[in-house]
Design a protein around this ligand. Structure first.
Ligand code: 7PJ
Length: 280
């Protein structure tokens, strides 16, 4: 993929009955395909198909159930579109079957911590691999005490995951890194990671950086109403666009979003500002 020429957009396609921000809307195959095609027509460069919700208290899903959710969608999409499909999974069995079904990328929110054989499946298929930083498990990460230095934690942990991926045969140029906004970080640490994204990019030369902040809870908390109640997921679009602008200005390579059209327009304007050809 043309990494670096412009910010690429990964459109989120949840096929989980319990996913938090569009929960249960896209469970049927036809609805999932229609939603993916809508995102592609709006300008998505990658479609990220996920069958396991990682929201707080989200139910763990068996390998069989996850395969049953994602594989029919991936097969149908791969037949209809050239747009690369990623599979949001931490399980090597799911990764293997999804890659056979036509996925081109594995998006692992555990960065190989849960199942390092994901790397073997990626290597064998010559696929791409997103290594996202997280701490604990989906069940515990939202309750973990924060680490003292999040930049240090993310950098060291991602370095270990990259080493593991490359040792198991994944090519350097197939790897994308991601700080994992919202996964085992405090409110302040989520903001710090976004504010210092340029430092993170500089710490991993040659590795494209993906950022996923779309509709996440830290935005809801920033946009709380006068009673202190966080803004619901469907009211976090403008806050999300602020994170996309920040990511573009700091040099992120890929953004993972629910709202593709809004992201396309935000990126066009932010990139024009970033690439203003007349510095004084
Ligand atoms: C991310 C993800 C993210 C990557 C989720 C949600 C929670 N994959 N999967 N990065 N978040 N690479 O969409 O809010 O930030 S699931």
């Amino acid at each position: 993929m043309p990494i670096g020429e412009r910010t690429l957009i990964m459109g989120i396609l949840n096929v989980t009955p319990d996913s938090f921000s569009d929960g249960g809307q896209f469970v049927s195959l036809d609805a999932a395909i229609a939603h993916a095609e809508q995102m592609i027509s709006e300008g998505a460069d990658i479609i990220d198909v996920g069958g396991e919700s990682t929201r707080p208290g989200g139910e763990p899903v068996s390998v069989e159930e996850e395969i049953k959710r994602v594989v029919p969608v991936i097969e149908a999409l791969a037949r209809r579109t050239e747009v690369p499909i990623s599979v949001d999974t931490t399980k090597s069995e799911v990764a293997r079957v999804a890659l056979e079904a036509g996925a081109a990328i594995v998006n692992d929110i555990s960065a190989l911590r849960f199942d390092f054989y994901v790397a073997d499946a990626v290597a064998r298929a010559g696929a791409g691999l997103v290594l996202m930083h997280s701490r604990g498990t989906p069940a515990t990460m939202h309750r973990l005490p924060p680490v003292a230095d999040i930049m240090h934690e993310v950098t060291h942990s991602l370095r270990a995951s990259i080493k593991m991926a490359e040792r198991r045969g994944v090519k350097r140029e197939s790897i994308v890194i991601d700080p994992g906004i919202g996964f085992g970080k405090s409110q302040e640490q989520n903001l710090e990671l976004l504010a210092k994204l340029d430092q993170l990019i500089a710490a991993f030369p040659g590795y494209p950086l993906l950022i996923g902040a779309s509709r996440k809870s830290f935005i809801g908390r920033l946009l709380a109403d006068e009673t202190g109640a966080p803004a619901p997921a469907q009211d976090r679009l403008y806050g999300t666009l602020a994170t996309i602008t920040t990511a573009v200005l700091h040099g992120a390579h890929i953004v993972r979003v629910h709202d593709v059209k809004a992201a396309v327009e935000t990126i066009r304007v932010a990139e024009a500002i970033r690439e203003n050809p007349r510095p004084i």
